[in-house]
Design a binder for this molecule. Sequence first.
Ligand code: DUC
Ligand code: ZN
Ligand code: ZN
Length: 461
Amino acid sequence: MALIIKNGTIVTAKDTYQGDLLINGERIELIGLNIPTAENDTVIDATGKYVFPGGVDVHTHFELPFMGTVSADDFETGSRAAICGGTTTFIDFVIPEKGKPLQQGLQSWKQKAAKAVADYGFHMAIVEYTAAVAEEIPAIIEQGITSFKCFMAYKNVFQVDDGQLLAVLKNAGQHGGLVSVHAENGDIIAMLTQQFLKENKVTPKYHWRAHPAIAEAEAVERAITLADFIGQPIYIVHLSSADGLEKVKAAVARGAHVIAETCPQYLLLHSDLYCQPGFEGAKYVMSPPIRPKDHLEKLWAGINKGYIQVVATDHCPFNFSGQKDMGEGDFSRIPNGIPAVGDRFNLLYTYGVVQKRISLNRFVDVVATAPAKIFGLYPKKGSIVVGGDADLVIFDPKATAKITAEHQNHNVDYSAFEGFALKGLPHTVLLRGKVAVREGIYVGEPGGGKFIPRTASGKEM
Ligand code: DUC
Ligand code: ZN
Ligand code: ZN
C-alpha cells in the first residue's frame, strides 16, 4: 500500500525533471518514470505541478517570552502556518533564562514544541557564558542541538561581549557545533536609543534610525574576524543590509568560512514603511530593521552569487493591538518581530522565481536544501532523494492569492506583507508521507510534528 505521486515536475537544488515518486511509509522509496501502481496504492496526480522538497525554515521564535510579552504564534499555530505555506521543518531558538541551566531551557522548549504539526529542531542561545554553561555545551550537542546563537545586540538582555563570543566559538567548535550570531553592534544601538528618547523622538521610525546599517556591518565583520581567529565557521542570521553583505563578500574573498542568511522582509520591504503616519510603522519594528530600497536588489544579487545561502524568516509575531502598542510613546518598548513563517516559501517563489530574480533550483536550495545541509538535517530533510523523508510540496504554479491578515494562518492581527500578490501556491503538502495539506486546506494530525536530533558533523542522526 504505497503512495505514488505521478507526472509531476520534480525540482531539487540541482535538477528539474519529469518523474514519479513512490512513498512507502514515511520515506521516498523510488524515483522514476511511469512507476506502476498496484490496486491498493494511493495515487496523487501532479500533472502540471511542481514537486518540491518541503521547506526548511531554520529561524523561528514560537511562543517566545520577549520584551514583556510572548510571541503570538505558539508551536501549534506557527507550525500549522508553516506547513500550509510549504515549510515542513523548522528550527526554533531555545533562549534559556540567565543563571538557569541550558538543559532547563531545552526541556521547557521541548514541552512547548510537543504540539507542533511540522518537524523541528532547536538551536541553543547562549545569553551569558559562565563556567556552568561551558560545561553543559557538549551535553547539549549530544542531544542533537548542534547549533548555538549569540546576540551581539540587545545590551543588558541577551548581548554577549567579544570574550564570551570567542569562548562559545571555541567550546562549541571543539565539539562540532556551529555558532550563529545576531550581528548588530548593541552598544551603538543602545547609545542612539537613549539619545533619541532624550530628544523625545519616540515614534517607530526611530527604531530604524537607532539601528544603522553600520552597526550591522561592524558586527558582521567582528564576528567573522573572531570566528576566523578561533578557526571556526560563523553563520550570520538575518543579514539585512548591503553594508553587511559587503563585509561578507570581503571575508569570503580572503578565504573566511562565513555562511549568511537573510529573510523575505529584507528582500521585499523597505524603510519607507517606518515613515508612515501615526503608529503604523510599529508593524515593521524588528531587529535588524528593514533598510532603504536600494539594499533590496543587492541582497537578491547576494543570493544569486552564493554569498547568501539561506532564506529563513525570524518569525516572531506580535499583535498590533495589545502587543506592538506597548511601545506607543517609546519605540524601544515595541516588541521586535513580524509574522513570516507561512509566507516565506510563497514569497520567494513569486518574487524570486516568477519575477526572474532567482532560478527554480536556487529557490529550492535557499528555502530547503542549503539550510538542511548547513544544520545537519540533510539528506533526511531538504531534498528529494531515495531514503529521505517524504516531506513534499506539490505546488500549483497557476494558483493565485493575495496575502491578507484576514486570510493568513498566523495567529496575529496583521500581516507585514498585506496585499502582496502570490502566483503559485502549495496544493498538497506531505509530512513524512502523510498528507498534511490538501488543496490548500490543513488536514494534518494534532501534534504530528517530530523532534529531529541533529549530529555535530552535519550528518543525519
Ligand atoms: N529580532 C526580532 O525582530 N525579533 C526576535 C529576535 C530578533 O533578533
Ligand atoms: Zn536576531
Ligand atoms: Zn531571531
